[in-house]
Design a binder for this molecule. Structure first.
Ligand code: GLU
Length: 378
């Protein structure tokens, strides 16, 4: 099949050695809070077929909160408060893992549970550790089943939706595609619920402002926390790492097989991949501070130079060397990078050239405030 004619073919085993498949809560659990077991068994059959065809699969499974809420009798699907969601997730996650373990096991596959917090993927050392673990699990033939560790993640440090978790995990797993299975069949030009003229966009070549404006907020089912906006953010994170992402309606049986056979959806092509470390940096969601730089420094950065202390006009935040900081030029945010200095030292030497920095620091300064290898511009 020609991938140019059939964008879904990019996700098939022949073109995609390692695929991340995200399954939304509304697919796993029906309106009454019951697991859709037959449907799930059909997903597992598809996973087994993909593996037999040489494709490695990483599953990102939502549904812990929805399942736990039913068992605990919580209102609003367990999403009335953070405490409810965390309690529901604790109860639901065991049930969810048991389900995957039994269905994958019945298909002759080994299930591996991996629960992640945002911090696990935002901290470079922990990210590399997750990447190594996922790689090892896959090389051993296991099927990693991921979810956010909702029970311990608090509101400030949560992914909050598994769409972005899937994109970030795809980066960590070195995947070549992400498929978001949900109860919508793709991106529409406008919200189809309000606009009868709305049409599905089958292929997105670039995430332009017009495309970003097509997302209209919350999850349609009210069960998950995703919605189109989080799916577009996921496409952005995956795209930065050079990984194409697709959204597809997964409600019918055998959703993977159907999608790869040319099913309806929206495929987001990825621009040429950036270097792995830069992609990790660009996909991060939190920053520890801000460096404001002058116009001359911005021009130099855009030509590929490092950020020198002399070009820094302001330092905000309490960051440590190695933390991610936002970079602001005269017209606002221009990117981010890894700080070469702790915030206090950065404040002391900002605006100064080499020798003057030595006098302030009492030792020779480092080569740069942010090295060119450790920054990405937007
Ligand atoms: N981690 C949540 C759960 O397992 C789902 C997050 C989402 O809705 O994307 O219930």
């Amino acid at each position: 099949m020609d991938a140019a004619l059939n964008p879904e073919a990019r996700f098939a085993p022949a073109a995609c050695a390692r695929l991340v498949v995200k399954i939304g809560s509304s697919l796993l659990v029906d309106g009454a809070g019951q697991v859709r077991r037959d449907w799930l068994a059909s997903v597992v059959a598809d996973v087994a077929a993909a593996r037999a065809a040489g494709q490695e699969i990483v599953i990102v499974s939502s549904g812990a909160i929805a399942l736990g809420a039913r068992r605990l009798g919580l209102e609003k699907g367990g999403r009335a408060s953070l405490e409810d969601a965390q309690a529901a997730a604790a109860v639901g996650q065991v049930a969810l893992s048991a389900l995957w373990e039994s269905l994958l096991g019945a298909a002759g596959l080994t299930c591996a549970q991996v629960l992640l917090t945002l911090g696990d993927l935002e901290d470079r050392r922990r990210y590399l550790n997750v990447a190594a673990t996922l790689g090892r699990l896959l090389s051993l033939g296991a099927v990693p089943v991921l979810n956010e560790h909702d029970t311990v993640a608090t509101s400030e440090i949560r992914f909050g939706d598994n769409d972005r978790l899937a994109a970030r995990a795809a980066q960590a797993a070195g995947a070549s595609g992400v498929l978001l299975l949900s109860d919508v069949d793709g991106l529409y030009t406008a919200n189809p619920a309000n606009d009868p003229q709305a049409s599905r966009v089958p292929l997105v070549k670039a995430l332009t402002p017009e495309i970003m404006a097509m997302a209209s907020g919350a999850s349609a089912s009210g069960m998950g926390s995703g919605g189109m906006a989080s799916k577009l953010l996921a496409a952005q994170i995956a795209g930065t790492a050079g990984i194409p992402l697709a959204i597809s309606d997964g409600r019918a049986l055998h959703p993977l097989k159907q999608f790869m056979g040319g099913g309806h959806g929206t495929v987001f092509l990825a621009p040429r991949g950036t270097r792995a470390k830069k992609a990790w940096l660009a996909g991060r969601m939190t920053v520890a501070g801000t460096l404001t730089i002058d116009a001359g420094a911005e021009t130099a950065l855009r030509r590929g130079a490092s950020l020198l202390a002399a070009g820094v006009r302001g330092v905000e935040g309490r960051f440590k060397r190695g933390d991610v900081v936002a970079l602001h030029g005269p017209d606002g945010n221009i990117g981010r990078g890894l700080a070469g200095y702790d915030a206090d030292d950065a404040r002391r030497i900002m605006g100064l050239r080499g020798e003057a920095q030595t006098a302030v620091l009492g030792h020779a300064p480092r080569a740069a405030m942010v090295h060119a290898d450790h920054l990405v511009l937007t």
